[in-house]
Design a protein around this ligand. Structure first.
Ligand SMILES: *Cc1c(COP(=O)(O)O)cnc(C)c1O
Length: 339
């Protein structure tokens, strides 16, 4: 089976497993796991930020950031397609008691002007929830792996500073954006208060995310992670996988991006496909023509040994990743040609 459902389906490589097996570990709740400590310092340094904290999931890292940056009743601004709003079980409301103000963006990205307009009046008027936080997603998941324009993020940073708003980045696929746009981690560390990165997506670790921020933010995040049940013991085995991924799997993301574009081009030539959304990174989103059922298309692909998922309202998704090879790509292209 060729699994294109998500970039989370990868299994640790031999090299990664070897790194995990050889990891020196301790009890991280007592801060004595050397592999975790080393990883946290390394990631903080990569972003030019003060500190970082290892988490079992991206959801927990995002939810912790929302919790430490807000008070109950406050308002968070994010795009209407944001993962923090749509796919984290209502956590912003449940964990932090935060109201979400959704901005009507394009492919998961909004304009700085939309933010300015949305925050107007939300400090002076006591009827309006207190504006406290802006959450950005890069790349955007539901937006088909789209990358933000860095200059727009700088503008958003300025708006946040002027209005005393915190700025969080859900960077579950930030490394895909950095590789695609030739940007650096430091650039991002400069403009965000907190950044979450997910290592079990394109980077191929089995488990693990990190939250990066100031000393003060990470100290508070440590307490919240405990409260959420996310403090782990000999997590150095997992941190070793993440460390290996940082050293070996970032640059190769460009290969995933090229392969996604090849799939996109073959879909574009296929009569059963109505349109393919622009492909910037490793996510391919497309619609089938009205006269066929999307589930029929999925089962025909399944019959050929290829799995993909529906994102609802006629949208289908394929995601390239570390375990998706050149041979598999040829089979996918051939299957689409003959479907
Ligand atoms: C996957 C993902 C997350 C968090 O993922 P976990 O499955 O909890 O690790 C957060 N944001 C985005 C955009 C994602 O794609």
């Amino acid at each position: 089976m060729i699994n294109l459902i998500s970039d989370t389906v990868t299994k640790p490589t031999k090299g990664m497993l070897k790194a995990m097996m050889g990891a020196e570990v301790g009890d991280d709740v007592f801060k004595t796991d050397p592999t975790v400590n080393k990883l946290q310092s390394k990631v903080a340094e990569m972003f030019g930020m003060e500190d970082a904290l290892f988490f079992p999931s991206g959801t927990m890292a995002n939810q912790t950031a929302i919790k430490i940056l807000t008070q109950p009743g406050d308002k968070m601004f994010c795009d209407k397609w944001a993962h923090v709003y749509n796919f984290e079980g209502g956590g912003a409301a449940f964990n932090a008691g935060v109201t979400s103000h959704l901005l009507d963006g394009e492919r998961g990205m909004f304009e700085p002007e939309q933010l300015t307009e949305a925050i107007s009046g939300s400090r002076s008027d006591i009827h309006v929830p207190y504006a406290r936080l802006v959450a950005i997603e890069n790349t955007t998941n539901k937006g088909g792996g789209a990358c933000w324009d860095y200059e727009k993020l700088v503008k958003i940073r300025k708006i946040c500073s002027k209005n005393d708003l915190a700025l969080h980045l859900d960077g579950a696929r930030l490394f895909n954006a950095l590789v695609a746009k030739k940007e650096s981690t430091e650039q991002y560390g400069k403009i965000f208060d907190t950044i979450s990165i997910c290592m079990s997506k394109g980077l191929g670790a089995p488990v693990g995310s990190l939250l990066v921020g100031s000393k003060d933010h990470i100290e508070r995040a440590l307490r919240v992670r405990k409260l959420f049940g996310g403090a782990m013991r000999q997590s150095g085995y997992l941190a070793a996988a993440v460390d290996y991924a940082l050293d070996n799997h970032i640059e190769r993301l460009a290969i995933d991006h090229t392969r996604a574009k090849v799939i996109g081009a073959s879909l574009q030539r296929c009569e059963l496909i109505k349109n393919v959304e622009p492909i910037e990174t490793n996510i391919v989103i497309f619609n089938v023509i009205d006269s066929i059922n999307e589930n029929d298309f999925i089962s025909r692909m399944n019959d050929a040994g290829i799995s993909l998922i529906s994102m609802g309202s006629g949208k289908l998704r394929m995601v390239t990743h570390l375990d998706f090879t050149e041979e598999m790509l040829e089979r996918v292209v051939l299957t689409i040609e003959n479907i």
